[in-house]
Design a protein around this ligand. Structure first.
Ligand SMILES: Cc1cc2nc3c(=O)[nH]c(=O)nc-3n(C[C@H](O)[C@H](O)[C@H](O)COP(=O)(O)OP(=O)(O)OC[C@H]3O[C@@H](n4cnc5c(N)ncnc54)[C@H](O)[C@@H]3O)c2cc1C
Ligand SMILES: NC(=O)c1ccc[n+]([C@@H]2O[C@H](COP(=O)([O-])OP(=O)(O)OC[C@H]3O[C@@H](n4cnc5c(N)ncnc54)[C@H](O)[C@@H]3O)[C@@H](O)[C@H]2O)c1
Length: 501
């Protein structure tokens, strides 16, 4: 105890101590410094964290290259362009990716320096609610608060220890010396679907195994079905309701056994197994107990007050992947959390985060983007639901792209009376509405297809601002674009459908 008191007495002091310099931590630090607070950010590796160095940025750089490869195939097969992919120069491709990451990293470092945030490269351990031991660097005491932003790491499966070569997680999949000729991807969430898509585009034989009954099980069932169909069409073998029962690495690969819902277990040899079964919060060695904190059963640090992201210990806040649901394990959610906590610590009263209005995107081919409730989720919450779905190929631009896709809107049935049941329109469109006034609040917007990651911003405003479908239908969408499909779906919801009946 005497040691602890002595340590605190000799401590360096800051208004705010942020532990972890990923998207959650560095956004907290930047905003707190901008509001005039004296901030120290402790990061044991590189600022930017998972998203910048092992997640969003390098994976999306690679997926962009994959899209280019697919584009060349499409150019030849659909458009008569005499072009072939002779091969992929892995060293050149990864050099471009690494350059993008490095430039972003310098950018984050520059922003932090410019804001006056003191960045300490060290491991931080809580020694009390407001005190942190920084190794190397001594002890720090926070006047206003401590922000926990230590993020997450890949979950692994028993008996399938990653070796970085034959059995890998997303931490090392992109950084191996090359992509494998064949891969078994375990887990059909965002990482599994994106990596299956990437490997397939680059020419690998891909098998994707998901324990739930569909891919992207957190998304609307129509989205999961569409992605499964799209990946299968591209040659990916997809087994849902399936589990990898055994995996035996040998010198050049892994022999795996997968149980499937019907029939005998499947046995196959693959060069690599990619384990993508979710991520676990990082709390080991963080000293939670010393600060009076107890992680929940799954290891997350839950806030007692979600509107301030503050734990039961006053002055200790949490952001990013360390938070349990309804936070989403997404970089853009962690940015918003960082802003909220910084503003709270600066004495402001920011608006709480509406997690239902945070968009979710999967950058596979086909791509998915959604915001708000799924149809199933809306029904589970007791909403009287109306849906309207339009295939992207019902629009001219959708036909140009030729990749399928859909727009699906989930809405509350309005006061105007019961909506007609789901019906098939002439273009294959499914509309469950007929006349203006039958549709109330929009609960969810779900998109699949090319460029939908850039189209979801409209859906986000519609859901976030609780727009009236009739008002949305008033907005004219440019022709010919994929976004016209969104316009058409809302025209129909407003009882004014032009091409959908
Ligand atoms: C392959 C992959 C692709 C992804 N793609 C996307 C995407 O496209 N879009 C999206 O929104 N999200 C994506 N994500 C999720 C996104 O990366 C995370 O939600 C985000 O990085 C979480 O940020 P964070 O700040 O909570 O944690 P992290 O980024 O994990 O940062 C935590 C930091 O804390 C440091 N740290 C931990 N403990 C200590 C300690 N005791 N002392 C000092 N430092 C410590 C770590 O070194 C780390 O840098 C992806 C994730 C992966 C794995
Ligand atoms: N584009 C993006 O925004 C993006 C991209 C990648 C990752 N992320 C985030 O990173 C985090 C981790 O992603 P993830 O895909 O690893 O996790 P996830 O939890 O989204 O998906 C994991 C999947 O693995 C399945 N699974 C679990 N155990 C299994 C088993 N034994 N056999 C077969 N399937 C099994 C689960 O049913 C689930 O569908 C998430 O928060 C995700 O949102 C986001």
């Amino acid at each position: 105890m005497a040691d602890r008191a002595q340590e605190t007495e000799n401590a360096h002091v800051a208004d705010v101590i942020v532990i972890g310099g990923g998207t959650g931590g560095y956004s907290t630090a930047l905003r707190a410094a901008a509001l005039g607070l004296d901030v120290v950010l402790v990061e044991r590796e590189l600022v930017g964290g998972t998203c910048l160095h092992r997640g969003c940025v390098p994976s999306k750089a690679m997926l962009h290259a994959a899209e280019l490869v697919d584009g060349i195939t499409e150019a030849r097969e659909r458009w008569g362009v005499r072009a072939t992919v002779e091969g992929v120069d892995w060293a050149a491709l990864t050099a471009t990716r690494d350059d993008i990451v490095a430039r972003n990293h310098r950018g984050v470092e520059g922003h932090l320096a410019h804001a006056g945030v003191r960045v300490v490269r060290a491991t931080a351990t809580l020694t009390g609610p407001r005190t942190v031991r920084v190794e190397p660097g001594g002890t720090w005491r926070a006047r206003r608060g401590v922000v926990l932003a230590t993020g997450s790491r890949p979950r692994t499966l028993p008996g399938l220890a990653p070796d970085g070569r034959r059995v890998v997680t997303s931490d090392d999949a992109l950084f191996a010396p090359g992509l494998p000729g064949s891969v078994l991807v375990i887990g059909g969430g965002a990482i599994g679907v994106e990596y299956a898509s990437l490997h397939r585009s680059m020419g690998a034989t891909v098998t994707l195994v998901e324990a739930a009954d569909r891919l992207l099980p957190l998304e609307d069932a129509d989205v999961g079905r569409h992605v499964t169909r799209g990946l299968k069409k591209r040659g990916v073998t997809v087994w849902t309701g399936a589990r990898c029962e055994e995996a035996r690495p040998y010198e050049d690969g892994v022999r795996v056994t997968v149980s499937v819902p019907r029939g005998e277990p499947r046995r196959l040899d693959v060069e690599r197994v990619l384990v993508a079964v979710g991520r676990a919060p990082v709390t080991e060695g963080l000293g939670l107990a010393a600060a009076g904190l107890v992680p929940d059963a799954r290891g997350f640090v839950a806030p007692a007050d979600w509107s301030r992201l503050e734990t039961a210990v006053p002055g200790v806040h949490v952001v990013g992947d360390l938070l349990p649901p309804p936070s989403l394990g997404l970089a853009h959610a962690s940015f918003a959390e960082g802003l909220l906590v910084a503003e709270t610590l600066a004495g402001r009263a920011p608006r709480p985060i509406d997690y239902a209005a945070v968009p979710r995107v999967t950058y596979s081919s086909p791509q998915t983007a959604s915001v708000g409730l799924t149809e199933e989720g809306a029904r589970e919450r007791g909403h009287d639901v109306v849906t309207n779905t339009l295939p992207l190929t019902a629009t001219a631009k959708g036909m140009v792209h030729g990749q399928g896709g859909l727009v699906k809107v989930v809405a509350e049935r309005g006061a105007g009376g019961p909506a007609a049941g789901a019906e098939a329109g002439g273009s294959g469109a499914r509309s469950a509405v007929g006349a203006a006034g039958e549709v109330g609040t929009v609960l969810g917007v779900h998109l699949v297809g090319p460029h939908v990651s850039e189209m979801i911003a409209e859906g986000q405003l519609i859901v976030g601002w609780e727009a009236d479908p009739t008002d949305v239908a008033q907005h004219i969408h440019p022709h010919p674009t994929l976004s016209e499909a969104v316009g058409e779906v809302f025209l129909t919801l407003a009882g004014r459908g032009l091409h959908q009946h």
